[in-house]
Design a protein. Sequence first.
Length: 382
Amino acid sequence: MQSKTKKLLAALIAAGIVPAAHAADIKLGVAEALSGGAAQYGVSIRNGFQLAADEINAAGGINGNKLVLVVEDEQGKKEEAINVFKKLIFKDNVLMVFGPTLSNSAQAADPIAQAAKTVAFGTSNTADGITSIGNYVFRNSVTEADVLPATISTVKAKTGLKNVAVLYGNDDVFTKSGYDNFKKALEDQKIPVTTTETFAKGDVDFKAQLTKIKGTNPDAIVLSALLAEGAPIMVQARQLGLNVPVIGGNGMNSVKIFDLAPGGASNNLWIGSPWSIENKAPENVKFIDAYKAKFNGSPDQFAAQSYDAMYIVAQALKNTKITGELPKDRAALRDALPSVTWTGATGAFKFRQANDRAGKPAGYDADQAPIVSVTKDGKYVI
Ligand code: LEU
């Protein structure tokens, strides 16, 4: 800003014509999939951010300063995630970036934030290795590695399954990582696999793989998929008479499954997550009520995690002195984040230090335990 303009703005603020808070807005980037197949999740995520930011601003903001969200659509594509991260970090000069929606995109875009010493905070990335990118990478989404062993052992205990068939997407960072973690959990828990089948992003017909699976007569199907493929897989499995439990990863944990796999096709789907709509803790009830009132629909895990993430960042910001010097402020926010604890819609939260591939300290993962639920007549029940 020119110094004349600066002086004029200072005079207008002093005269009460321009509110002072305007001069110190805190700009946060939001890069999520708002179009394409992953928008099933991305729109919920954006809603969660908006709800929390509105609440925080209505309660006086951060030490009197307003949170302003700069929202961009990264379309669930890694090339777009890279473009959007660059725009937010270098053109919009945001303090930090939330997102992107998919681990597949995070693996491509987070190195840009890391190199620019700007926090990238994922609220839905659950694949292995994301936080090994570096010390500016944070997430509050519980990883597949932390969730899937509990999902498998719960289904085993409740249904008595003796073996499973495995089906996974082999061209996506998250579905592949889900597969790796399912495989490990099945080995650790000594559950034999009858067959392992794969599919690719954009596939629509899964009958060949499902027919093969049916031929092996498994007690359950372990499925590492995103909704775009996972929902038609459930529909086609039921059409083929495969009514066994489906054990899903994070991608299958969305109320959208009830619309996408209607008429009971979505029944008997088991997933693990720290968040449940059934959890009656006051922080969660408040979140669910406020979400319903604002968006006229039920929230899901993804909205709960983004809502909590905004409050986690707000706690860090309260302990950060914003100087207006971007590199300094970005570093100060990073340094304030690891020690934040917060009890929100997903319950008690704290960070856990992650390591890079050489075993050196890198970013931060979520330290939360999952609850396992199963779908029944259009609901996830515990
Ligand atoms: N957990 C998924 C991933 O890491 C994304 C989520 C929105 C289903 O890619």
